[in-house]
Write a protein that binds this ligand. Structure first.
Ligand SMILES: [Zn+2]
Ligand SMILES: [Zn+2]
Length: 308
């Protein structure tokens, strides 16, 4: 990976197959003849890490990512700038055997099982040599950059903690936790979308993207290992409710699990970024660290709550 001129930011020059736009569009439109994630296509991903079965078939299936994001093109750059060889490791977690089912359509019990699989995979992968951070995310729909329509999550293990996570560790662990404070304030705000005994879902005060939604535990829980069985059920419930709300307004979104790295003080949370404006307002993005949204987070929360 290449390091930024002076900031602690990095760029991978990936050799991930560049799919043609037509291929991506045909996958997104439901051409599932050759979908490698479908029930019956297991032979296309022969090395299986784990599976959870339900009745006569699998419900969740995990295998190494055959087309990893972090596999870099070989290069020997001769330049004064920093280039590091990095080791990474990637898995695909397919959350449904059904090509057309989306995560929010799973039953609460199935979602709890999925979250349990994510928890176990993160725990095992972070125990591997040279793994400092395990990222788990889901991209849905064309505008998220997803190349497969079939619902799945991705796990990527990095040898270094990414810069945004370092910032989040700092916010969670220096003095009193910023996230504990945010949750206690947003619990009674017009930005609240959903809550249960353990979790709050809300639209953040200053979102980066229109209709951005966060899910955070009310208690200071560092990672999925800190969650009791009851908390896992509560997370499955609020995750389903939040994804249902997002799916009502937008098919394209990314879900990011911010999970505390081993030994770090952290406040676990999930961020959901809908690509609501992408196709119309791509020009709302500037890169200097200012963001533009077309709805206030209070309006977004109202829409999510079904009141607007
Ligand atoms: Zn499929
Ligand atoms: Zn906290």
């Amino acid at each position: 990976m290449r390091k930024d001129y002076f900031r602690d930011y990095y760029t991978f020059v990936t050799k991930k197959d560049k799919q043609k736009l037509e291929e991506v569009l045909s996958s997104q439109s439901g051409d599932y003849e050759s979908c490698p994630f479908c029930l019956g296509s297991e032979k296309l991903n022969p090395v299986e890490i784990t599976r959870i079965t339900k009745g006569s078939h699998w419900q969740v299936r995990v295998f190494p990512n055959p087309n990893p994001l972090t596999a870099e093109v070989k290069e020997e750059p001769k330049s004064p700038w920093k280039h590091e060889k990095t080791e990474s490791y990637e898995e695909i977690i397919v959350d449904t055997p059904n090509h057309f089912q989306r995560t929010h359509q799973l039953e609460i019990g199935e979602l709890k099982i999925l979250l349990g699989v994510i928890k176990e995979r993160v725990k095992e992968v972070r125990g591997k040599d040279k793994v400092e951070y395990v990222s788990v995310f889901q991209n849905c729909g064309f505008w998220s950059g997803a190349t497969d329509r079939h619902s799945h999550f991705q796990l990527v293990a990095f040898a270094k903690t990414p810069p945004k996570i370092k910032e989040k560790i700092h916010q969670s662990s220096h003095g009193s936790c910023v996230y504990c404070h945010i949750v206690s304030q947003e619990e009674n705000s017009p930005r609240k979308v959903l809550e249960n005994n353990s979790f709050l879902a809300f639209c953040p005060w200053a979102p980066e993207q229109t209709h951005e939604l966060w899910i955070a535990p009310k208690k200071h829980l560092r990672n999925l290992n800190d969650l009791s069985d009851r908390d896992m059920l509560a997370l499955a419930e609020i995750f389903k409710g939040s994804l249902e709300a997002v799916n009502r307004i937008c098919d394209d979104y990314s879900v990011i699990f911010n999970i505390g790295p081993e030994g770090e003080n952290f406040h676990f949370h999930i961020e959901i970024f809908p690509y609501y404006n992408e196709r119309y307002y791509g020009n709302l993005k500037i890169r200097e660290g200012y963001y533009f949204v077309t709805n206030t987070p209070e309006q977004s929360a109202k829409i999510y709550r079904g009141e607007a």
